[in-house]
Design a binder for this molecule. Sequence first.
Ligand code: NAG
Ligand code: NAG
Ligand code: NAG
Ligand code: NAG
Ligand code: NAG
Length: 367
Amino acid sequence: MCLVGGAAPQGWKISWKKLLTFLLFSFIFSFCLFASLRQIRTPEPEDNNSYLPTERSQTGSTCTPPKSERRLTILLWTWPFGQRFTFSNCSELFDTPNCHFTANRSWSQKADAVIMHHRDVCGDGARLARLPRLPSQRWIWFNMESPSHSPNLGAMNHLFNLTMSYRRDSDIFTPYGELQLLSQPQPFSIPPKTKMVAWVVSNWRPSSHRVKYYEELKKHIPVDVYGRHHLPLPMDMLHQTVSQYNFYLAFENSQHEDYITEKLWRNALFSGTIPVVLGPPRENYEHFLPPDSFIHVDDFASAGELAQYLQELSRDTERYQRYFQWRKWLKPVLGVSWAMQVCRACRFLQRTEASYHVVPNLSKWFV
Ligand SMILES: *[C@@H]1O[C@H](CO)[C@@H](O)[C@H](O)[C@H]1NC(C)=O
Ligand SMILES: *[C@@H]1O[C@H](CO)[C@@H](O)[C@H](O)[C@H]1NC(C)=O
Ligand SMILES: *[C@@H]1O[C@H](CO)[C@@H](O)[C@H](O)[C@H]1NC(C)=O
Ligand SMILES: *[C@@H]1O[C@H](CO)[C@@H](O)[C@H](O)[C@H]1NC(C)=O
Ligand SMILES: *[C@@H]1O[C@H](CO)[C@@H](O)[C@H](O)[C@H]1NC(C)=O
């Protein structure tokens, strides 16, 4: 629309009419040019601190880039249990920009967030409380152990901004495993069964609920126990060995809400056997698994009755197979690698708007 028109002045002998026409055209031209430049330069009005990744990167008009474009730095205060691992590229695991991870504490005054693994810092609450910290930096309390095995929770009060654990109501939920929905139904073939019940246990405490339950159960049905002080089982033989059994005792070391560990995900489900679970109540398991994918000890009045049910089921092929029907649509995935867990923290920080938040009393919540 805006044509560079009008006659350019040819000399000083110009009539007033021509001059006015020229001025008018010049004015219209300048106005149009200004308006079109404004259109290019004006940032989108939705520049409101949303942390969701957007395609705003082309409009490089603001001085400070939106948070989603800045690579977040996450400091891992200690390697969990001293176990070093290689950080993953979170963009490949999740639909999220990658983070810069480091375990080098010289980043402590620059990092956007610091992950502290409970068991490595729980004896050190007083020292942590004295550390200088950036007002915008978020401290993340990370723990995969149950409250029964998490000493000194009281020393962690008013230190952290976010929780990261297997508890579903954590700020950053890091489960031991989960079921993935398949896009196409897939047949599942149950590994051939030649044996009855298996259990792999390393931490044997005779007074514990699970050992007492086992002592009662084995009076009624054969149970092969593997692990320290029992039948040897190298890690690389786990799935092959357990898959021959009709049932697997996924007995947790303590009973707490959502505390459902690799005993169920890796040992039982990954090996293609039916888990017999002892842990939180059935309703809690049903948040993670279909009701017909496991057997809960609480469904039976006694260990003897459970044994009788297992015997019957092992002889009734059709009924046994029903415990595997869910596998046509769902696949268990393990979530236990440290690299994946810290990527979940990365994803959370990228997606969630930062706001003031303190975890006041950990021992009150983490029970
Ligand atoms: C940010 O802007 C978008 C688009 O204008 C709007 O939908 C959204 O509600 C805004 N969010 C906040 C937190 O203001
Ligand atoms: C991470 O993965 C993304 C997507 O595959 C890729 O574009 C990016 O270059 C990778 N970053 C690094 C540091 O490897
Ligand atoms: C930690 O980072 C500092 C500063 O970037 C560097 O000088 C130091 O060598 C690093 N330490 C390790 C162990 O990588
Ligand atoms: C994080 O928690 C600390 C300790 O309670 C607090 O001083 C700080 O203001 C909190 N920061 C944020 C961003 O919530
Ligand atoms: C934290 O909660 C526990 C359990 O409810 C309580 O015994 C304790 O006194 C609380 N501590 C503080 C500092 O409020």
